[in-house]
Write a protein that binds this ligand. Structure first.
Ligand SMILES: Cc1cc2nc3c(=O)[nH]c(=O)nc-3n(C[C@H](O)[C@H](O)[C@H](O)COP(=O)(O)OP(=O)(O)OC[C@H]3O[C@@H](n4cnc5c(N)ncnc54)[C@H](O)[C@@H]3O)c2cc1C
Length: 175
């Protein structure tokens, strides 16, 4: 597991990101499923557990999920199970390591940009925007191709429109 000289537990994303940026070396602590295998030392560890980023909200046009939402919570969410044929829930079930399913967070998966991820391909097939503290939002596709920007992922939004549009187009096909 990584070590740090200081650990902060900010109560909002803006404070978390400000502290992270000011330190000479810093890391975010999310579900620690990736970090527990590392041995690096940082001046600062920013624990995101109290920063208010654990939520799943269904809105009229999209579903918004906070970065600190654990994968298991996304998997069992009725909103997510009903969306896109339950594809996101099924992808999380395919994460072989049960500790990653249980403790790993959405923000950890997104920021990790792992080529072997079972979840990222499903999200890429949908219309997903990544929300970044102080930097606005960008499409997941663009985000995955960006070099590391020292960013804080605060959440994602998944457009419902893309799925409904495809469904409507399908229904209009002649018999
Ligand atoms: C054994 C194993 C199996 C795995 N299998 C899969 C798999 O099947 N599919 C898959 O998709 N992934 C898989 N992963 C990768 C896993 O999703 C990542 O390790 C992920 O980072 C874990 O999330 P976490 O919340 O535990 O992150 P942490 O371990 O807490 O953090 C990891 C890194 O992400 C950064 N970070 C965390 N949250 C944020 C944030 N909100 N904004 C910016 N940076 C952040 C931290 O600074 C740190 O550098 C696996 C990992 C392991 C170790």
């Amino acid at each position: 597991m990584i070590t740090s000289t200081t650990t902060l537990v900010p109560d909002n994303p803006a404070a978390a990101y400000a502290a992270y940026r000011q330190a000479a070396s810093a890391v975010f602590l999310a579900g620690t499923q990736g970090l527990k295998y590392k041995k690096d030392h940082y001046d600062l560890a920013v624990d995101l557990s109290k920063a208010g980023m654990q939520y799943i909200e269904e809105r009229e046009d999209d579903i918004v999920i906070g970065a600190m939402t654990p994968l298991w919570q996304i998997k069992i969410s009725p909103v997510i199970q009903e969306f896109a044929g339950g594809a996101i829930s099924k992808a999380i079930s395919d994460v072989a390591d049960k500790n990653v399913q249980r403790y790993g967070t959405l923000g950890g998966v997104i920021s990790g940009k792992a080529p072997f991820s079972v979840l990222l391909p499903i999200l890429l097939s949908l219309h997903v925007d990544v929300q970044l503290q102080d930097k606005g939002c960008m499409s997941l596709d663009d985000y995955l191709y960006c070099p590391p920007m020292g960013e804080l992922v605060t959440g994602i939004s998944i457009a419902k429109e893309a799925v409904y549009t495809a469904y409507k187009a399908y229904r209009k096909l002649p018999a």
